[in-house]
Design a protein around this ligand. Structure first.
Ligand SMILES: Cc1cc2nc3c(=O)[nH]c(=O)nc-3n(C[C@H](O)[C@H](O)[C@H](O)COP(=O)(O)O)c2cc1C
Length: 320
């Protein structure tokens, strides 16, 4: 199947503004997402939204390379989520996503915890939709269930509110967390009918062109979302949509170095720069055996200069 849309997934603590800037310059993504922004019983101040999603004011809700950033909100209070969404739109957001997929144990009543409460999910989605102008794109991100994928039809029915533009489904339940064995893209295909024509976006462990093809066949959709795979294959959009060759090891390392430079330019502390580069490589090594060894060497470096030198040496060895 021809893939028509590929999104860079929201990843809290990973896909922050500097990483979004770097990855969207390479990824050929149709849109990327903010990390989840938690909304309590208080409408979020503008300054919090500006801090979490600086792209809103800096570049009309786009990253430097022009990729739109969808603002993701998480919470259990329909009114404050809706009012916060309206504020995000005033700051420039063109698209909003509601998170019912986050399994974090630090989120007590929000994210995937609400998969157990279809009525509340329905109320949140309806209230947010009613508060926004129709031209503002609204999506909802869920998992296939809380305890079991048998819950998926009820979940999709609850959120398939008139005017919702997309349903994004991570093909695991809350209970599955990130278990590889539990992944089941076909659930997405089976619950399509409950979405009443709202396009579905399939998500979970898409790490290659072949994965993308299998996922879209099973999920019966031409829209995919890539999270961790975006760090192993920084050009994931081009790979999945156009069958481009995935970046080579040295191309991935050049992206890691760009990320390091981006963090330095934003005045991140040396330790944070090293930690974030390790985090990137930790994900990237999933699909590249050469990076497994490189990662071990990289973790021994205790200065950014030495770490960048190691990257440079490895790139020149790889290219010769
Ligand atoms: C470190 C990390 C942080 C995440 N943060 C969020 C988040 O803020 N909002 C959200 O909806 N999902 C979040 N997720 C879930 C991803 O968006 C995605 O659904 C999941 O990783 C499966 O896709 P993948 O296999 O392509 O990574 C996070 C996942 C990871 C690994």
């Amino acid at each position: 199947m021809q893939i028509n849309k590929v999104y860079l997934a929201p990843m809290e603590g990973v896909a922050d503004p500097p990483l979004r800037k770097v990855l969207t310059a390479h990824g050929n993504y149709d849109e990327c997402f903010s990390e989840f922004i938690r909304v309590t019983d208080v409408v979020l101040p503008y300054k919090t939204l500006e801090r979490e999603v600086p792209e809103l004011k800096e570049n009309n809700a786009r990253t430097a390379s022009g990729t739109l950033v969808r603002v993701q909100l998480l919470g259990d209070n329909p009114q404050t989520i809706a009012a916060t969404a309206v504020r995000a739109v005033k700051l420039g957001a063109k698209s909003i996503d509601i998170n019912f997929g986050c399994p974090s144990r630090f989120v007590h009543h929000g994210g995937a915890m609400l998969l157990k409460e279809p009525d509340l999910m329905h109320e949140i989605v309806s209230t947010v939709r009613d508060a926004l102008l129709p031209e503002i794109f609204l999506s909802v991100k869920v998992r296939t269930g809380f305890l079991s994928k048998e819950e998926a039809p009820e979940i999709v029915s609850a959120i398939a509110v008139d005017g919702v533009d997309e349903i994004i489904m991570h093909a695991r339940t809350r209970k599955d967390l990130y278990s590889e064995a539990a992944l089941d893209w076909s659930v997405i295909g089976r619950v399509r009918e409950y979405a009443h024509g709202i396009p579905m976006v399939a998500n979970g462990d898409i790490l290659s062109f072949e994965d993308g093809q299998q996922c879209s066949e099973a999920a019966k959709t031409d829209r995919l979302m890539v999270g961790r795979g975006a760090l192993s294959i920084p050009n994931a959009g081009a790979v999945l949509k156009d069958g481009a060759e995935p970046y080579t090891t040295s191309e991935v390392l050049k992206v890691v170095d760009e990320f390091i430079q981006e963090l330095i330019s934003r005045r991140f502390q040396e330790k944070s720069v090293l930690d974030r580069a390790k985090q990137f490589l930790g994900f990237a090594r999933r699909t590249d055996k050469k990076l497994v060894e490189f990662f071990k060497l990289f973790c021994r470096e205790n200065s950014v200069d030495k770490a960048r030198k190691l990257i440079e040496t490895s790139i020149s060895q790889d290219e010769n």
